[in-house]
Design a protein around this ligand. Structure first.
Ligand SMILES: N[C@@H](CCC(=O)N[C@@H](CS)C(=O)NCC(=O)O)C(=O)O
Length: 229
């Protein structure tokens, strides 16, 4: 059976950077499932799997197609119940939704403020045009204007993770003693920042930095296979 994960690529196929795809790369590895990764440029996504989804990640698992990182994690949990759990039960699924919304509403805009012009520069020409047009419309500012706010955005980043920082004084992962999908959600956002900018947003003694390093170590250092920008 062929299991394919479609992810996102820029000029360099070996540097997939999509945060949502990283959540699923980690989830598949957590479940111990083999897969083939197909990094895809932005402008080629709509043609994947006969137009199945406008966004990646998309998972093909034999005859099954699933889009959306959270839905893919739920699918994997249901389809492979005998493999290590991604949620630790129904309560874990519900609580992971909070982590996903926190990441999406607070952390993703903070990463975008730092990384958006760097992401543009990583893309092939056609994707650069698409990315500039869609992101400038969404943000209401040019990429150049966004770049002028980059240093301030770096300084403002670490405090946004204060709830995680305080939680880490009780336990090493959001999942408790070990990682769960909730960890991979926030990991995906920080891995996106690491691969696209390499921006050093945490003090050297920040527990969040230590947690992120622990996440980079997981699954035979899957996250480290792509170096920081
Ligand atoms: N809710 C979706 C969001 C997926 C998403 O936004 N993916 C981005 C890449 S990180 C994408 O494919 N964007 C396509 C585009 O902007 O055209 C998920 O969790 O998978």
């Amino acid at each position: 059976m062929t299991r394919i994960l479609y992810t996102l690529r820029g000029k360099d196929e070996g540097r997939p950077f999509s945060p949502h795809s990283w959540k699923v790369l980690m989830a598949l590895s957590h479940k111990g499932l083999d897969f083939v990764e197909r990094p895809t440029p932005f402008t080629a996504i709509p043609a994947l799997e006969n137009g199945f989804s406008k966004t990646v990640p998309i998972l093909r698992d034999g005859e099954v197609l699933v889009a959306d990182s959270f839905d893919i994690a739920l699918y994997l949990e249901e389809a492979y119940p005998d493999r290590p759990s991604l949620f630790g039960g129904e309560g874990g699924k519900a609580l992971s939704r909070f982590v996903e919304r926190f990441s999406q509403s607070t952390i993703h805009p903070a990463v975008t403020a730092i990384a958006v012009s760097d992401i543009h520069d990583m893309l092939e020409d056609e994707d650069q045009r698409y990315f500039r047009r869609t992101r400038e419309t969404f943000l209401g500012r040019t990429l150049e204007e966004m770049r002028t706010g980059r240093e301030a955005a770096i300084a403002a980043f670490a405090p946004k993770l204060e709830p995680l920082r305080q939680m880490l004084s009780y336990q090493p992962f959001l999942g408790g003693g070990g990682p769960l999908f909730a960890d991979y959600i926030l990991f995906g956002a920080l891995q996106w920042l690491r691969i696209t900018t390499g921006a050093d947003v945490f003090n050297s003694d920040d527990p969040v930095r230590d947690w992120f390093e622990r996440c980079l170590d997981l699954h035979q250092e899957l996250g480290r296979r792509v170096t920081a920008a």
